[in-house]
Design a binder for this molecule. Structure first.
Ligand SMILES: Nc1ncnc2c1ncn2[C@@H]1O[C@H](COP(=O)(O)OP(=O)(O)OP(=O)(O)O)[C@@H](O)[C@H]1O
Length: 643
């Protein structure tokens, strides 16, 4: 166990994100910390060196101490202590036993609409409480929702969602860390106004909630692209489309949250209420009154009249004295894939970054940040062509992605590193000096992990002309992986959870009855005309085992009311032959059996046993034959043996 500060002992790394490493820890026996019982395990987020070394972040950390400590809500992970000691900045939180929502979705696939709505209602509760206290999260995403596992009735496990990482995005949004043309957040969840550098309010959290809600039910966020910039473009320029499996009332909620204009989004309190109304009205047990209430949910989602403001940090981009900066570490001509240090290519869409020194370059400690960047060789930390004097400072790839937290310092070097290495103890096999040259560098593994996750917090940098593009949604954005109109968009590689087989996904049966298509909802129809709401939605038996709903006699809606969908085209390279899969399976089984038999025959004493058995069989049969002959001759019969 390693001490962290004077009060805590780190036990094991739980994971690493863009802003720091989270450890399982406990209070030292000889120390009393108010609010934490002795011996109780806690989670400690040790912030990254770039943050810890930034005087502004330290000041902000201290200033926000009281805000973070007073955020108490059943759906918010409670912050118990803030540690500022030497080079160390750390948040001490309640330890939550259970996966985060991102991992949960990866393992289990999307939720049913009812479950997704109820889960998001609890997150909206947490947001409502924090917004009421003037705190905006700004980095809402499944990875920041921890699922505390508790025992439910009948021994069944229950998941209790808890929002974490409050204030972290705000800490990272320091003038010393972020500069002009930058945003703090996670591209897939960033609100248009954040992407454009406009003033932010609590509406950014409501937007994030809309993205999450969409993702919970479909398994992927609505806006995707080949990199952060493409994703930001999509947030600005694309209208989301209603997925096939999303009930109309839930879509109304999503659509309101995803309004491009923050002033049109509802507040978190209204969102929580609306989600509960929707959950009650789309279940298989829903009463007619609940269905009607859900269909009229638009009326509950009025624009928030008084959103909480995000105080300006001085790091907002796009100011009048905006300096040319780079796109997420890109160097060289725009068409070149950026490289890290020794020319290793890196994917700006996937890597988690928290980059330091901007063009001004005169930030105290920026040199340290440049050195603190995990070096892949002599090139790391040097200024690349076209970077306008920017280092890859604080790019910190060594400390990113998931996995071995001890890799944070791998490959780092240079003066001043020794202290930091002590602050963030290494548990990695390679230790502070990094792995041997023939092994993949720590940050390469982590980049791969980040690419897999694709949704980590980033601090992004943009060229002025790219900012211009972002602000002009009419400029044709890069090709997105969005599906064609009327179809559900398909997930692209690197984004979205691994899609499960169709039978594993929540499916909804054909509607038992249809509502007349002319039905309006609350005067707030979504922009894209979706198919009419079809009640009731019944999840697949694997997810729900509920009896059939009570039905209300209603005139059936004409079938042609539903928009026609083109059949999904099959891949051009594949010919579909019925039964081929089965045949292949049989042949494979036969082949395996043959190989197993050959192996048995050649590598076991089976042949000897076989010969022994044969020999014994012959002996027995000849004995029986002889005995029979003797018996026959003694009795005078000429009958042959009985076989
Ligand atoms: N209070 C906690 N209790 C238990 N585990 C936690 C706690 N806080 C975070 N974790 C776990 O630690 C890991 C890292 O958390 P962190 O918040 O740094 O990652 P992240 O949210 O993925 O990254 P980022 O938001 O910086 O992109 C996650 O897997 C998370 O599940």
């Amino acid at each position: 166990m390693r001490p962290v500060g004077s009060k805590y002992l780190l036990e094991e790394a739980l994971g690493r994100g863009a802003t720091g490493t989270v450890w399982r820890a406990r209070v030292r026996d000889d120390v009393a910390v108010p609010g934490i019982e002795p011996g109780r395990p806690v989670a400690i987020k040790v912030l990254r060196e770039e943050l810890a070394n930034d005087p502004d972040v330290v000041m902000r950390f201290l200033r926000e101490r009281s805000v973070l400590l007073r955020l108490v809500h059943p759906n918010i992970v409670r912050v118990r202590d803030l540690v500022v000691e030497g080079d160390l900045l750390a948040l001490v939180m309640d330890l939550v036993e259970g996966p985060d929502l991102y991992r949960y979705l990866r393992s289990n696939g999307p939720l049913s609409p009812v479950a997704g709505a109820l889960l998001m209602a609890q997150i909206a509760d947490a947001l409502a409480a924090s917004h009421a206290d003037g705190v905006v999260h700004r980095d809402l995403k499944p990875a920041n929702v921890l699922l505390a596992t508790t025992g439910g009735p009948g021994g069944a496990e229950q998941m209790h969602p808890m929002l974490t990482d409050f204030g972290i995005a705000r800490l990272a949004d320091s003038p010393g860390i972020t500069r002009t043309h930058e945003f703090v957040g996670t591209p897939a969840y960033v609100a248009p106004e954040s992407a454009e550098g406009r003033p932010q309010t609590s509406a950014v959290d409501v937007y994030g909630a809309g993205i999450m809600l969409y993702e919970l039910v479909t398994g992927r966020p609505p806006f995707q692209g080949d990199g952060p910039l493409a994703i930001l473009h999509a947030h600005l320029a694309q209208e989301p489309e209603r997925p096939r499996n999303m009930p109309e009332p839930l879509w109304t909620v999503v659509e309101r949250c995803l309004r491009k204009d923050p002033a049109q989004r509802p507040g978190a309190t209204a969102l929580a209420r609306a989600l509960r109304v929707v959950a009650a009205g789309i279940g298989v047990h829903s009463s007619p009154a609940q269905v009607d209430e859900a269909l009229a949910v638009g009326a509950l989602l009025l624009p928030d009249p008084d959103p909480a403001q995000v105080p300006p940090t001085g790091g907002a981009f796009g100011g009048p004295d905006a300096q040319p900066t780079r796109v997420l570490g890109r160097s060289g001509p725009p068409d070149q894939t950026p490289t890290l240090g020794d020319g290793v290519r890196y994917d700006p869409a996937a890597a988690t970054r928290l980059m330091g020194a901007g063009p001004a370059g005169a930030v105290p400690g920026s040199e340290d940040r440049t050195r603190a960047m995990p070096s892949a060789g002599p090139g790391a930390g040097q200024r690349g062509p076209g970077q306008g004097g920017q280092g890859q400072g604080g790019q910190g790839q060594g400390g990113q992605g998931q996995g071995n937290a001890g890799q944070g310092n791998a490959g780092q070097g240079g003066p001043g590193q020794a202290d930091r290495t002590r602050v963030m103890p290494s548990v990695g096999p390679e230790g502070p000096a990094g792995p041997p040259p023939e092994m993949p560098q720590a940050w390469e593994n982590q980049l791969r992990a980040a690419r897999d996750r694709g949704r980590q917090t980033e601090v992004g940098y943009f060229e002025p002309e790219e900012m211009q593009q972002l602000r002009q949604p009419q400029v044709a954005p890069p090709p997105y992986r969005q599906g064609q109109a009327g179809q559900s968009p398909q997930p692209g590689p690197g984004y979205g959870y691994p899609q499960q087989q169709p039978q594993q996904q929540p499916q909804y049966q054909q509607p038992r009855q249809q509502r007349p298509p002319q039905r309006q909802q609350g005067g707030n129809a979504p922009q894209a005309a979706p198919p009419p709401y079809q009640r009731p939605y019944e999840p697949a038996p694997a997810r729900r085992a509920e009896p059939a709903p009570s039905r209300r006699p209603e005139p059936p809606a004409p079938r042609e009311a539903a928009p026609r969908r083109e059949p999904r085209p099959r891949s051009r390279n594949r010919t579909y032959i019925p039964g081929l899969g089965c045949l292949k399976g049989c042949l494979m089984v036969l082949l395996i059996l043959a190989i197993a038999a050959a192996a048995l025959w050649n590598f076991t004493p089976l042949p000897e046993w076989w010969h022994t058995v044969q020999h014994q069989f012959h002996s027995v049969s000849s004995w029986v034959s002889d005995t029979w002959k003797q018996l026959s001759s003694s009795s005078g019969t000429e009958a042959g043996p009985p076989y």
